[in-house]
Write a protein that binds this ligand. Structure first.
Ligand SMILES: CC(C)(COP(=O)(O)OP(=O)(O)OC[C@H]1O[C@@H](n2cnc3c(N)ncnc32)[C@H](O)[C@@H]1OP(=O)(O)O)[C@@H](O)C(=O)NCCC(=O)NCCS
Length: 206
């Protein structure tokens, strides 16, 4: 199990990813995912525009970084922006809405604004910060954020509540998602890249 203290020792901050920040997520996406699985910049822009509340960034507070942490990467295009000048994007989770109990290639390719399920497309952490519990902490924060969205939905329109979070994962990351409460559904029908995918679900209070 990940030592959550490793991530606790990193000064992290979570914020929704703005349109201006999407290229930064794309830079991490193409660095960390194999070419056959990485989302295009157009896809990430589409997702941010379609579902901005479902695109959560994980930022490192550079001014609080301890000496043993990896150096922040240079060339942050937001370095002149006071809100982001001391923050470095090191990971993110991006989703759209779908309806139904299972993910299909078709449902994953679009966004259904009245969908009751969150489909996570990417959970990604910059390689310099991997295996320090960052994805675990990010997923916990994301699930709390989704629960918060549900809690803010007007009680008179319960049909707008989010019921579940779905994702497909490769076998080696099943433990990561199980560790934050996802249940394994089984092998997914989705084919994308050479390796099989396993579908997992997290049930939200609604
Ligand atoms: C998968 C990914 C998000 C994990 O991020 P992370 O911050 O390193 O994850 P954590 O440190 O929270 O890992 C928690 C636990 O999950 C498991 N885990 C995480 N990454 C793993 C990997 N590559 N292989 C096997 N187990 C892994 C381990 O049990 C780990 O605990 P441990 O480090 O004590 O062994 C990161 O490697 C990544 O961005 N990869 C590229 C994109 C990707 O493949 N995303 C997942 C799509 S399904």
């Amino acid at each position: 199990m990940a030592d959550v203290n490793r991530a606790k020792s990193l000064p992290l901050e979570f914020k929704l990813v703005s349109a201006e920040q999407v290229p930064l997520t794309y830079a991490i996406e193409i660095q960390e995912y194999p070419e056959s699985e990485a989302a295009s910049l157009e896809n990430l822009i589409f997702r941010q525009e379609a579902a901005p509340k479902l695109f959560l960034g994980c930022y490192l507070r550079k001014d609080e970084v301890q000496d043993d942490s990896p150096s922040p990467t240079p060339n942050n295009p937001n370095s002149g922006n006071t809100e982001f000048s001391s923050l470095e994007l090191i990971g993110y989770i991006v989703s759209t809405l779908v309806s139904g109990d299972h993910l299909t290639h078709s449902s994953m390719s679009s966004h259904n604004p009245s969908g009751d399920a969150v489909c996570i497309h990417s959970v990604c952490v910059s390689s310099a910060f991997q295996r320090r519990g960052v994805a675990t902490r990010m997923l916990k924060e994301y699930l709390q954020h989704l629960q918060g969205l549900n809690n803010n939905v007007n009680a008179s329109s319960p049909s707008n509540k989010l019921k579940r979070v779905l994702l497909i994962a490769h076998e080696h990351t099943i433990g990561l998602y199980a560790g934050v409460g996802f249940a394994l559904i089984g092998k997914s029908a989705v084919e994308h890249g050479p390796d099989p995918w396993f579908e997992m679900v997290y049930t939200l209070d609604h």
